[in-house]
Design a protein around this ligand. Structure first.
Ligand code: FAD
Length: 303
């Protein structure tokens, strides 16, 4: 693999920003992560295709990153290329009772446009950080309501195949899981929504935001819920019952506000977060016999 060759071929393009040794701590809400060998922000589909071709030729591994709000990146960084979507993927338009959104659009912008247009269906995404691409990839939402329920179709860049339009029914949508193929890059999603009174939608969104402010460590560096809820019960309550709220390791601490959140209090390392996650898993397994499954996605931990 030659990251250097890839860099030489990709840098200088007007429709892409190319960075070497970009600190992932700058690109994640947890503010943790060493350097990615290469980071490309592709502003057009042509730039994205070219990037994928070069990376394939130079055998450089790659991954996609939105706003990094569901990511734990290794202290060593990532030996490969991180791809982000830029300008061409930031379009947002209303078409009747549907909204078409690029993958790079902030989920908050999509939710706000739905409210402004008096369209219901995306309330479950109120207050969720990150991009629409990340939200669709993660099937973001609450425990029993998620973004996938409003999706009509999704356009992905599928390496080796080009652009592919998938109907919502081609994808299986489950709690924090959507069955895209490995390597699919979500470029655009269309949401079918339902006309409703503006005031009613606003009330539903305000109630969710109020709850979020009361129950989550808002404004601090976190990656959201670290573990998925098991089939029965709340993982936050289980971790709290194990007496772990407030437990610290290095610069990371299990939030006092919500036990399923880990806060980077002061220069935490990924290894601090991993140590806390292991402690949470071991304690809940010992107390409840339940194996907690991470919701956060890991990058750069491969051997
Ligand atoms: C304070 C806080 C609260 C949160 N609350 C919630 C919540 O209530 N519900 C919830 O579901 N989540 C929540 N999250 C988690 C996170 O915000 C969501 O999962 C979000 O949708 C991730 O979007 P992102 O752009 O940051 O994706 P990233 O974190 O950058 O990426 C997440 C995953 O999606 C993939 N991905 C990103 N973009 C694309 C793309 N264009 N194509 C293909 N794959 C892609 C990445 O490779 C990665 O595997 C919260 C996070 C924080 C920090």
């Amino acid at each position: 693999m030659s990251v250097f060759n890839a860099y030489m071929q990709l840098s200088g393009a007007i429709d892409a920003d190319v960075y070497r040794d970009e600190a992932l701590s700058r690109r994640t809400t947890l503010r943790i992560g060493g350097p990615a060998d290469l980071l490309v922000v592709a502003h057009t589909y042509a730039a994205l295709s070219r990037t994928l071709d070069v990376l394939a030729r130079e055998q450089v591994p790659w991954t996609v990153l939105g706003k990094g709000s569901n990511m734990l990146c290794s202290d060593r960084g990532y030996r490969g290329c991180v791809i982000c979507l830029g300008r061409e993927f930031s379009r947002l338009t209303v078409e009747g009772e549907s909204i078409v959104s690029g993958g790079a659009v902030l989920t908050s912008k999509l939710v706000n446009l739905a409210l402004k247009s008096s369209l219901a269906g995306l309330e479950c995404c109120t207050g969720i950080p990150g991009t629409v691409g990340g939200a669709v990839a993660m099937n973001a939402g609450s425990r029993d309501q998620w973004i996938g329920s409003s999706v009509r179709d999704v356009v992905v860049a599928r390496p080796g195949k080009g652009l592919v339009r998938l109907a919502a029914s081609d994808i299986s949508w489950e709690y924090r899981h959507a069955s895209f193929q490995r390597g699919d890059i979500i470029l655009e999603a269309t949401f079918d929504l339902v006309a409703d009174e503006h005031a009613k939608i606003a009330r539903r969104m305000e109630a969710l935001l109020k709850r979020r402010k009361l129950t989550q460590p808002i404004g601090l560096p976190t990656c959201g819920s670290v573990f998925k809820n098991p089939a029965h019960g709340s993982v936050g309550a289980m971790i709290e019952q194990c007496g772990l709220k407030g437990t610290a390791c290095g610069g990371a601490r299990i939030s006092e506000v919500h036990a399923n959140f880990i806060v980077n209090e002061r220069g935490a390392k990924a290894s601090d977060v991993c140590a806390l996650m292991k402690r949470m898993q071991d304690s809940v397994y010992a107390a409840e016999g339940i194996e907690l499954e991470p919701e956060v996605r890991f990058l750069g931990f491969e051997a």
